[in-house]
Design a binder for this molecule. Structure first.
Ligand code: NAX
Length: 328
């Protein structure tokens, strides 16, 4: 029998948590043969709501679910964790400056990083979903010096998936035909979805599209501003699609990318493609046996270079800001 994997989810009582936990418990995160133990971390006032979600999880009688613990103390919630999904974060509220936002999130991600450092299992893998995801991941990573830096990742898979569908619609293809798409940079409006290396049923996507105006004026802004468009339409931010992307991210990290394809993950830069070492930026990566590697040797044209640099510049500024606050 396969031993159970402990998965900690923060912000468990929130809307992404509600869309995410049932999929984890049903086996979609790690595979149909892997039993899971869930740990839900919430702030004290939301513990009761988290208990309600746990009651519904019980009522699903998922054969793979071997237990649910709920805590408001990160030291308890991350104890023995193999996978940590950091979803809960402090949202930007009206009139809040960027510095205030980063500081408020530092108050969440620094102690969580330390708790992961002190209590998680040796094979811990961390995905930060809560925004600003890249910089929150950097804060958590900095607070966990004993955990290998590459275990701290940020989610750009939702952007990747959004880009796949937009490209499929434009070209009259299906998402399953598309390979080697890349999201570069920050999970923010500056992100750069890159189709220059993408293939659609084996043909180069940029050549098939052959429309730089569409790329610059429609594709990139549609993908980058999709979160706002969802809020406008739904009256609430992306939840099921964000949970789906988190499942995809971890599933791919653990189980590997397909031959001849790659995915996008926010990961600590090793300096590849001129991205300053240490910042958590999205790259094209392949995964195998629970580890990932940046796809090397891609030619970056002028169109892409400008956009990657702009997003990386924003990440560098966020890094400098949290550094100034003593958070990294
Ligand atoms: P909700 O406000 O519905 O839920 C957040 C939950 O986190 C709340 O229940 C809150 O009590 C909890 N929480 C707050 N501080 C906590 C702490 N210190 N420890 C544990 N739990 C804590 O937000 P939801 O819609 O679920 O979104 C969660 C986060 O995901 C937000 O930061 C959001 O911006 C971010 N997103 C990131 C995306 C990405 O692609 N990286 C896309 C979707 C989403 O916008």
């Amino acid at each position: 029998p396969v031993s159970p994997v402990t998965v900690t989810v923060t912000g468990a009582a929130g809307q992404i948590g509600y869309a995410l936990l049932f999929r984890i418990a049903s086996g979609q995160l790690l595979g149909p043969d892997v039993p899971v133990k869930l740990r839900l971390l919430e702030i004290t006032p939301a513990l009761k709501a988290a208990e309600g979600t746990a009651m519904e999880l019980d009522d699903c009688a998922f054969p793979l679910l071997q237990g649910i613990d709920i805590a408001d103390d990160p030291n308890v919630a991350f104890d023995g964790a193999n996978v940590a999904l950091l979803v809960g974060a402090r949202p930007r509220t009206k009139g809040m400056e960027r510095g205030d936002l980063l500081e408020a999130n530092g108050g969440i991600f620094k102690p969580q990083g330390k708790a992961i450092n002190d209590h998680a299992a040796d094979d811990i893998k961390v995905l930060v979903v809560g925004n600003p995801a890249n910089t929150n991941a950097l804060i958590a990573r900095s607070a966990a010096p004993d955990v290998p830096a590459e275990r701290f990742t940020a989610m750009t898979r939702l952007d990747h998936n959004r880009a796949l569908t937009q490209l499929a619609k434009k070209t009259g293809s299906t998402v399953a035909d598309i390979k080697k798409l890349t999201i570069w940079g920050n999970h923010s409006a500056t992100q750069y979805p890159d189709i220059f290396h993408a293939e659609i049923a084996g043909k180069n996507a940029a050549q098939l599209v052959d429309d730089e105006k569409w790329l610059a004026d429609e594709f990139i802004p549609t993908v980058a501003k999709r979160g706002a468009a969802i809020i406008e339409a739904r009256g609430a931010s992306s939840a099921a699609s964000a949970a789906n992307a988190a499942v995809d991210h971890v599933h791919t990290w653990v189980n590997g990318t397909a031959e001849g394809d790659w995915t996008s993950m926010g990961i600590p830069s090793d300096g590849s493609y001129g991205v300053p070492e240490g910042i958590i930026s999205s790259f094209p990566v392949t995964t195998k046996d629970g580890a990932y590697e940046i796809v090397q040797g891609l030619e970056i044209n002028e169109f892409s270079r400008t956009r990657i640099d702009a997003s990386v510049q924003e990440l560098t500024e966020e890094r400098d800001a949290v550094s100034g606050l003593g958070l990294v």
